[in-house]
Write a protein that binds this ligand. Structure first.
Ligand code: NAD
Ligand code: UGA
Length: 317
């Protein structure tokens, strides 16, 4: 298959590209290296891919790119590009979220009217739920985003289904729950906590640290994408891609201390606007419709991310 991976230089996109190339697929990766975090880190994410047979990087911005040309000859689009981060989506930055998350997705969907593709897999988010009605949260529970970021991820998800209903696009929307693992974005919790443990620097815990997340290992997210591309019939609605556990930030810090053998110096600031108290997704729909279930538990996943952080430090010297 020929795959188009948007956001290919990002944390999740780069892992997905590697898995697709390893499986023998032809992959076109698109990225415009937004400054949300250091673009040189995104170049580093692609280090093992650029120059490899089966992989081609196109530096293009989906807000303005010729999407028809990108879609030509493509079977499956894995749409990972976006402006991430829950807590930074307030105020004037909201416009950036709308452009990268909503408008860019709409341009891809319009392109698919002119240049049909077999399937689009959209990287949605647990942030569409906000403080959910119940846990584990079902896909049919009312989405009520608690952050502007979540509003844009839900808007793009609705766009995907509106185009599917009107134009016959075949779409799978995967709602990822806080993804972690090697190359995790530098603004994310686990990345900061591991760095702090290894470097002996303090962490800032937002609020009391009792907020809970259903952390999902990146290889499991990649596997869910591959399953979403492979199924004959797309599921009727969005599907949760969750790790299947409930871990508080305080528990996470304690486990990282245990696994690294280092103490982490904690400073607390206020709970952050947009940050939900808890996430936890039912994985029954993913099991039933995609034949997917998570396979890496948090302790094992953390050990792998810590090993990666140690290895990158050893290379930097
Ligand atoms: P990331 O920032 O590492 O990757 C996103 C990539 O998209 C970046 O490399 C960026 O340069 C690129 N990009 C953004 N706008 C673009 C545009 N207009 N044109 C071309 N490229 C563009 O983020 P990530 O953590 O890998 O997240 C990937 C996707 O998964 C995002 O859509 C995010 O909303 C979603 N998601 C992530 C998580 C998580 O925990 N990491 C959870 C739920 C959903
Ligand atoms: C993550 C991603 O960043 C979003 O892009 C994604 O859409 C979302 O998951 C999702 O599941 O949909 P978040 O859960 O906030 O968002 O992930 P982290 O940034 O790793 O934060 C996890 C927890 O650690 C949060 O409660 C946060 O407040 C806390 N944290 C994070 C701190 O206490 N201190 C920090 O320095 C960073």
């Amino acid at each position: 298959m020929k795959a188009l991976v948007t956001g290919a230089a990002g944390f999740i996109g780069s892992h997905l590209c590697e898995a697709l190339v390893a499986a023998g697929h032809e992959v076109v990766g698109v990225d415009c290296f937004t400054p949300y975090y250091d673009p040189s880190a995104k170049r580093a994410n692609l280090a093992d891919l650029v120059g490899r047979p089966g992989f081609e990087l196109r530096e293009a911005d989906l807000r303005t790119a010729d999407v028809d040309a990108l879609l030509e000859g493509v079977d499956t689009v894995f749409h990972q590009a976006g402006q991430p981060g829950v807590r930074l989506s307030w105020d004037r930055d909201f416009a950036v979220y709308v452009e990268h998350n909503v408008l860019a997705t709409q341009r891809l969907l319009e392109g698919m009217r002119r240049v049909p593709v077999r399937r689009l897999v959209y990287a949605s988010s647990s942030s569409v739920y906000g403080n959910a009605e119940r846990y584990p949260t079902l896909e049919t529970d009312l989405p009520r985003p608690y952050s502007p970021y979540g509003v844009t991820k839900l808007a793009a998800e609705h766009l995907c289904f509106a185009y599917a209903a009107n134009w016959g696009h075949s779409v799978v929307a995967l709602r990822y729950f806080t993804v972690y693992g090697p190359r995790q974005r530098p603004d994310m919790g686990i990345r900061r906590f591991v760095d702090a443990a290894l470097d002996g620097t303090p962490v800032t815990v937002h609020g009391d640290g009792e907020q809970v997340r259903d952390f999902t290992y990146v290889d499991d997210v990649v596997a869910a994408n591959l399953a979403a591309a492979a199924v004959e019939e797309p599921p009727a609605g969005a599907v949760n891609v969750a790790g299947g556990g409930s871990v508080s930030v305080n528990e996470l810090l304690a486990t990282i201390e245990e696994l690294t053998g280092r103490r982490i110096d904690r400073r607390h600031d206020a709970a952050q606007p947009g940050d939900v108290r808890r996430t936890g997704g039912s994985i029954e729909a993913a099991r039933r419709t995609l034949g997917w279930a998570p396979s890496v538990g948090v302790r094992e996943g953390l050990a792998r991310q810590i090993a990666w952080s140690r290895a990158t430090r050893a290379v930097r010297g």
